[in-house]
Design a protein around this ligand. Structure first.
Ligand SMILES: Cc1ncc(COP(=O)(O)O)c(C=O)c1O
Length: 425
């Protein structure tokens, strides 16, 4: 192929994955042709009229930034106030309680949650090792791992045998995969996008989180020579009913006597893209929790050096403006009001889709929070094609169809459910 003699082996392997954009383009074409098309393709939150939803309080905070905060580099690790804010965004009120209990946090700014995921891949597993992801996972995970010479295996989204105690966590399958990784490598790393999962909208229950955490900690205790890192990807969690669900579970378990072995680390990949609607400003961070300050201090150094070696510093203006906004009660409350307005858009759309699907017997996957809903299908491409014949544009992915509640309007839901009924028929 062209360029083969210029590209290295890893470069040659890279192929375009433009499914989402190509389906968006098809929606746009249909619109131009005058069709009453519904857009469930885009992964950003849109108002009901199709324009990008913007948190007005964040927008104002950015516009009020002095020129120097826009132009200057940020410190390599990130602005101190922002690093502090990341800990609170990741752990909410629980943060202080954990600190009182003697826990420590590292915090490093990154270009979005994507940067935080890259920092984790780059530092927690060796090249040639395998990460554990939940199926379904956000497509780019694969690339972040591959670019660090890592592979991955998965455990299923839902248990095969429904478990009434925690219907949304496949404990047996998780433990089997973890055991198998522990018998092959000296470090394990799990990436878990919860609550408000992309692409399904699933949120694990408190019981599910507790079971997952206990399985992971027990594995760390049993395999004391094997580093155990659990990374919670919180990209959509500030739109969930329980935004700090993992922090709550971690604290509850610690207060209930959970032992924290030295080889256990819990990280949160923070993204401000959705929560603060600053997708393009590339603002996020990696926050890591451990009882030993020497460990978190070391991580602070390692992560900021990795950032320096990968993208230099993270953009400054988002860090500055958002931390300034959250530094006053007023600013934080105003942001939260706007966030609630945007969350209501998602809640209304989700409620309507669930109802319309139920009326028609369409088997939507469990979906509670965040930007998406999902239908499993072995033939997602042809389901999406059939939906398009009825002017409904969705995204066919591996194993199912992603329904962008973030992009659709509430009034679209009967039409979406009807198209799915015919297409799945
Ligand atoms: C599951 C998930 N994690 C992380 C991200 C990171 O987003 P960003 O790099 O824009 O912060 C996204 C964005 O779409 C996502 O869907």
């Amino acid at each position: 192929m062209s360029g083969d003699n210029l590209l290295n082996v890893a470069g040659i392997e890279k192929e375009g994955s433009d499914t989402i954009f190509s389906w968006f383009a098809r929606y746009q074409t249909a619109k131009k042709q005058g069709k009453d098309a519904a857009n469930g393709t885009v992964g950003a939150l849109l108002e009901d009229d199709g324009s990008l939803a913007i948190n007005r309080v964040v927008d104002e905070a950015i516009r009020n930034a002095p020129p120097v905060e826009i132009s200057a580099y940020a410190p390599l690790a990130g602005l101190p106030d922002f690093l502090d804010l990341c800990k609170t965004l990741a752990f909410g009120d629980v943060r202080e309680k954990l600190e009182t209990l003697g826990f420590n946090f590292s915090s490093t700014a990154s270009p979005g949650g994507s940067g935080a995921l890259f920092l984790a891949a780059n530092n927690f597993l060796e090249r040639g090792q395998t990460a554990l992801l939940r199926d379904r996972y956000w497509g780019p995970y694969k690339g972040f791992l591959q670019n660090n010479g890592q592979d991955y295996v998965t455990w299923p989204l839902l248990p095969k045998e429904p478990d009434t105690n925690h219907p949304y966590f496949a404990k047996d399958e998780f433990e089997t995969q973890l055991d198998s990784l522990c018998s092959n490598q000296d470090k394990v790393m799990v990436w878990l996008n919860d609550p408000a999962h992309n692409p399904t909208g699933l949120s694990m229950t408190r019981e599910g989180r507790s079971a997952c955490l206990n399985s992971f900690v027990n594995s760390a205790i049993k395999n004391e020579k094997i580093g155990h890192t659990l990374l919670i990807d919180s990209a959509y969690s500030l739109y969930a009913a329980e935004p700090h669900a993992w922090a709550d579970t971690i604290l509850e378990e610690i207060e209930g006597g959970l032992l924290w072995p030295e080889n256990l680390l819990i990280c949160v990949a923070v993204s401000l893209s959705k929560s603060h609607t600053i997708y393009g400003l590339r603002t996020g961070g990696l926050v890591c929790l451990h009882p030993d300050k020497a460990v978190t201090d070391r991580l602070d150094t390692v992560m900021s050096v990795t950032g320096r070696q990968s993208w230099s510093a993270t953009p400054r203006v988002g860090q500055y403006s958002v931390s300034k906004m959250h530094s006053s009660q007023e600013g934080g409350d105003a942001w939260a009001l706007e966030r609630d307005r945007l969350k209501n858009l998602l809640d209304d759309r989700r409620k309507s889709l669930i109802e319309e699907c139920q009326k028609r017997g369409v088997a939507l996957n469990p979906t509670m929070d965040g930007f998406f809903a999902w239908i499993e299908s072995d033939d997602s491409a042809s389901v999406a094609e059939k939906c398009a014949e009825h002017d409904v544009y969705l995204v066919p992915l591996n194993g199912g169809i992603r329904i962008g509640l973030c992009a659709l309007a509430t009034k679209d839901m009967p039409k979406v459910a009807e198209a799915l009924k015919i297409a799945m028929g």
